[in-house]
Write a protein that binds this ligand. Sequence first.
Ligand SMILES: Nc1ncnc2c1ncn2[C@@H]1O[C@H](COP(=O)(O)OP(=O)(O)O)[C@@H](O)[C@H]1O
Ligand SMILES: [Mg+2]
Ligand SMILES: [Zn+2]
Length: 489
Amino acid sequence: MGGVLARATTHALVGLEARSIEVEAHLQRGVPAFAIVGLPDKGVQEAKERVRSGIASAELEWPMRRITVNLAPADLRKEGSGFDLPIALAILAASHQIPLDMLMEHAALGELALDGRIRPVPGAIVAAEAARRSGLAKLLCAAESAPEAALAGIEPIPVRHLAEAGAYLRGRHEPEPVGEPPAYAGPPPPDLRDVRGQERARRALEIAAAGRHNLLLGGPPGTGKTMLARRLPGILPPLTREEALEVTRIHSVAGALPAGQPLVPHPPFRAPHHTASTPAVVGGGPGPRPGEATLAHRGVLLLDELGEFPRPSLEALRQPLEDGMVAIARIGGRHVFPARFLLVGTMNLCPCGARGDPGVECSCSPARLAAYRQKLSRALLDRFDLVVTVPRARSQEVTGAPAEPSSAVAERVIDADRRLRERPPPIGEAAASLLARAVDSLGLSARGHARISRVAVTIAALAAAADVAPEHMAEALSYRSPSELAVAA
Ligand SMILES: Nc1ncnc2c1ncn2[C@@H]1O[C@H](COP(=O)(O)OP(=O)(O)O)[C@@H](O)[C@H]1O
Ligand SMILES: [Mg+2]
Ligand SMILES: [Zn+2]
């Protein structure tokens, strides 16, 4: 065949994983041309323009040869713009403008701007981990991606421009050292101190956080349901380092990491709008991409105004609620995304919104009310362990003393969480017989029985009790099916 061959290593994202890709540039004599083969999608084909223009802008030479770039393995669909930098470097190595042996010691990842600047691409931490696993010690990447790559235990070589990458590989540029990423610097999560009254809902929030129980807040508009739900992440136990890395990988792949904040240290909070598509909520599309359910992994997923969500989105959430993951079938395999989140729903108790408001008469007809409840999937409502109504507050509550801050609640939650993991309180005999009687009289399912038991164990752990007493069981039972919310029996 003849000609010159050079190789660069990069990584392609497949779901949440990175696969190693060899970028081979083959230069032959003949009519100048440039082709990319190896199942590139349209976005990767567009690399041709960026690479050609980037090389010219870096004052490097575009080889007047027949250039073929092959992305191997060829059976894997290649998406995205992260191939630009390795393609450019392979062409530069094949045309002897950078040393091949030096290039072989590095993985490379990055998009090229037409002026040769190198831009970050999603999933840098995942690509860096894969590069390290395949025995490479260094990753050439955009400066913005370098802190993420450092988290993966690889040495990032931050490069701002293709000219800089070329100079570095020729030994004429010393890369900047990349330190540990800064500790979380974003705004603090909203605080429970702001919520007046609503003691019962606050208590339910605390139980939900301690035992990771799904929570449904029902009530008339304007009573603080959304406000309360948004304060749940602030009382959850902080993520461990391992959990933080797991969440960071997901958010990196989804392109959802805030700039300058490579590590996600807090439980995430996601609140998709009810107009979001089903793939946006549970994941999907080509790739496929993680959805809100996966972005909420180890944190909170809020479905605000639950009744407004289309039925297919709610049905699609049943799998993650049951199994803590989303499985997406694709030709050539199945993708599994983790999706273990705490679900919080809010809803009006009726279409007119007056139910649960002592001062206003509900104007809904029985038929309209029945249709409203029908719309909510019984199977989904069954997944809420805690159901509370958030009533219209009396004025003295609203003007009363400042409420307990999230930090105080979080302390109790962290204690209870530790007890639940180390030595969960067993269910005492008296509590068990109370539950048995309730199951008979309420006609609860086996699932309902198990859920109430779990909530009772959490309540006992919050009380630092040796075992679950009848009072704990009674409180757990009280969060099921109040009369206004008969939908969630
Ligand atoms: N219990 C409360 N304590 C303090 N402010 C409240 C409370 N309930 C409602 N508010 C105020 O009313 C606004 C609307 O509350 P919101 O949480 O959106 O109500 P809902 O979701 O129940 O319709 C809040 O932004 C807040 O300013
Ligand atoms: Mg609301
Ligand atoms: Zn009504």
